[in-house]
Design a protein around this ligand. Structure first.
Ligand code: RIB
Length: 318
């Protein structure tokens, strides 16, 4: 079947096995809570975003590391079945990364990541994939891998003039903001406050302050996701608030990754960032309707139908 997208993306990031406990309420510090069950699923921000982009129609090449263990082998086969090119995923002599995830009855979560193999992704190993990054229509990455590896990938893309989309999650305090060029940065509200020391509330009224921060950090477009509230898109010329798609979430783990994968696909196709956010908002909302980070990540056609139902006049490109 032909892919409904001309986007070829390289995703550099983490690959985890998620161990998910469903609880009634999240534990406070020092608390013990009893979980209904423990479920094992594929996850990791890198793997989730690669799969999200592939389901959105992009041709995806993943750069990352898996352990030399059954989890690593299963994960590679799983991504292959999802159509992700895994030839740049290294198998290393350690365990596959793992995330302990707790999800409460309202779909909120807490996550602790044990990097394992993800921690072995080095700058030289990324450099070896220079030719793959240089021919892509976009580079998508997160910060769940060693910083030196992420920065190397961005520098290669900058040199080759390949658009870079960074989901700056989890926040890495030492990220060299301003040393590299970033076409789009995606963060949630907490991450935005931490990185920019500004409140995302009423961003339009404080556009000058945001513009200054973006210029200093060499960011072209900043996307701030806010759960069910409209997503804020800040660029040099304007601040936009883009509505989200109304749903009753059962599990929000991986929603941000569904957003990033869909957003990056549209941007790499040459769409305007506002249009990319509209699609991404809907992809993220649909992703919350199933348990597990990857289980609910929608295909492009599903996102398109939901968009059309929500707003028949929406002009989307499939
Ligand atoms: O963004 C969700 C992901 O964060 C989970 O799949 C988990 O592995 C952590 O990386």
């Amino acid at each position: 079947m032909a892919r409904p997208s001309a986007a070829s993306l390289v995703v550099v990031g983490s690959l985890n096995v998620d161990l998910i406990a469903q609880v009634v309420r999240l534990p406070a510090p020092g608390d013990t809570v009893i979980a209904g069950q423990l479920v094992k699923r594929f996850g990791g921000k890198g793997g989730n975003q690669a799969l999200a982009a592939a389901r959105h129609g992009a041709q995806v090449m993943m750069i990352g590391c898996l352990g030399d263990d059954p989890d690593g082998r299963d994960y590679r086969n799983h991504l292959r079945r999802e159509g992700v090119n895994c030839s740049c995923i290294n198998t290393v002599r350690t365990v596959t990364g793992c995330a302990h995830i707790t999800v409460d009855a309202a779909g909120e979560n807490q996550i602790v990541v044990i990097p394992g193999a993800n921690g072995t992704l080095t700058s030289p190993s990324v450099k070896m994939q220079r030719s793959r990054i240089a021919v892509a229509k976009g580079l998508l990455l997160q910060l769940e891998i060693p910083l030196e590896a992420a920065v190397e990938a961005i520098k290669i893309a900058n040199e080759a003039k390949v658009p870079v989309m960074l989901n700056a999650s989890p926040v890495q305090p030492d990220f060299p903001w301003g040393d590299v060029r970033l076409d789009a940065v995606i963060v949630n509200e907490n991450e935005a406050r931490e990185i920019f020391s500004l409140s995302p509330a009423a961003a339009a009224q404080h556009h000058d302050a945001w513009k200054e921060r973006l210029a200093a950090k060499r960011i072209r477009h900043l996307v701030i996701t806010r759960g069910a509230s409209p997503t804020v898109l800040i660029s040099k010329t304007a601040v936009h608030e883009i509505p989200t798609h109304p749903v009753q979430p059962v599990d929000t783990v991986g929603a941000g990754d569904a957003f990033a994968g869909a957003f990056a696909t549209h941007l790499a196709e040459g769409a305007e960032p506002q249009e990319a956010v509209l699609w991404a908002n809907t992809a993220a909302a649909l992703a919350t309707l199933k348990h597990g980070a990857q289980e609910g990540i929608p295909y492009r056609g599903e996102v398109q139908s939901a968009l059309q139902q929500a707003k028949p006049t929406t002009k989307g490109r499939a």
